[in-house]
Ligand binder design. Structure first.
Ligand SMILES: NC(=O)c1ccc[n+]([C@@H]2O[C@H](COP(=O)([O-])OP(=O)(O)OC[C@H]3O[C@@H](n4cnc5c(N)ncnc54)[C@H](O)[C@@H]3O)[C@@H](O)[C@H]2O)c1
Length: 322
């Protein structure tokens, strides 16, 4: 079995390559060549924990991500949500690789948004915005830069002021892009042509009035019915709503479920998946406001992990164990 560290994963799979893996994941999914059972959760009351198992197959890629939530872990200096990805050889059923599931999640989530951005962002976009600078923030930033090579400025906002200052300081000027910390979601979004939100918010992180057409917005954070990042008017009035998977988003995300419950989405097409748009080589309208909503899927993990293993074997990276 091949064991890959986060550093080895970074070395073999830069963001642009991860886009290739995610395009494959999304298109295999909509072509019906994937099998993604519901994730299984097991509570561990004795240790105030829960283990989540996310299996998937897509084409020849087979694997399972194990993500646990143990709120007491920090007392022992351990992460709250440790994650590990296992890749399984689909020809033999034997586990063939193990890798850092936390980094894989950040990479595949950002690459998913990147693929959507590359397809849907206004041509020649120069101003971007990133709202939410926690664990997922750095990879989401890299995905914006990779997807939109014309960006000159990225405004960054997090409710934690120290975090936005530190993030901007670390990245300002790299890639020839000015990274500007701002004081509100509206300030970040106003005049931006590409926006990513990746927060744990339960209410919109910017107002509908702040959005100016043309604009493409990636909403990544909300994965429960209570969580919400997008103003409901945006979801109701955008020209195109694209989902990573309809199954996940329409069952889980408050970004869609809240406006749906309020009756704001009547007559609107809300189940378009990004894989279908990729297969159709969708062309955006010049003045469109588009939204990509993601809650994540085991297909994204399994296809990108399998891709990383192939690259690592080609380059001779990783440690063979067992
Ligand atoms: N779609 C997917 O596949 C996917 C994958 C991974 C994580 N996520 C979700 O993305 C979200 C962010 O993940 P993370 O690991 O970065 O979390 P995190 O806790 O490390 O960071 C969240 C950040 O959001 C900021 N924030 C919270 N509310 C805000 C608000 N109203 N305005 C501005 N900033 C605000 C916090 O200050 C924090 O810096 C989580 O909800 C997570 O579950 C989604």
């Amino acid at each position: 079995m091949l064991y890959l560290t986060r550093e080895e994963m970074q070395a073999v799979c830069p963001m642009g390559d991860a886009f290739t893996a995610l395009e494959e994941a999304f298109t295999l999914y909509v072509k019906g060549e994937a099998d993604v059972p519901l994730r299984v959760g097991i509570d561990v009351p004795a240790h105030n924990g829960q283990a989540l198992f996310m299996p998937a197959r897509a084409g020849d890629a087979l694997g399972i991500k194990i993500v646990s939530t143990y709120p007491d872990n920090p007392k022992a200096g351990l992460p709250v949500t440790p994650a590990t990805m296992l890749v399984i050889d689909s020809a033999t059923g034997i586990v063939s690789a193990m890798m850092d599931g936390t980094y894989l999640t950040s990479l595949r989530t950002a690459a998913g948004a990147g693929v959507a951005t590359r397809l849907l962002a206004p041509e020649g976009a120069t101003v971007g915005a990133l709202i939410g600078l926690g664990g997922q923030g750095p990879c989401q930033f890299d995905a914006l830069v990779e997807a939109v090579p014309t960006l000159k400025e990225i405004r960054v906002y997090d409710m934690d002021a120290a975090r936005r200052e530190a993030f901007a300081k670390e990245r300002d000027g790299k890639h020839g892009i000015a990274v500007i910390p701002v004081d509100s979601g509206d300030e970040a979004v106003r005049g931006a042509q590409v926006v990513t939100t990746v927060t744990t918010a339960r209410a919109p992180v910017f107002s509908y009035e702040a959005v100016t057409a043309p604009c493409h917005i990636n909403a990544i954070g909300s994965y429960t019915p209570e969580m919400q990042e997008l103003p409901p008017e945006l979801v109701a009035n955008c020209d195109l709503l694209a989902l990573d998977t309809a199954d996940g988003v329409l069952n889980e995300s408050g970004d869609i479920l809240k406006p749906l419950k309020a009756g704001l989405l009547e007559g609107k097409k809300i189940d378009t998946e990004i894989g279908t748009l990729l297969l159709e080589r969708h062309k955006r309208g010049a003045g469109d406001i588009t939204v990509y909503k993601s809650t994540g899927s085991g297909v994204m993990d399994t296809v990108s992990a399998t891709f990383i293993v192939e690259k690592a074997l080609e380059k001779g990276l990783g440690t063979q164990i067992g």
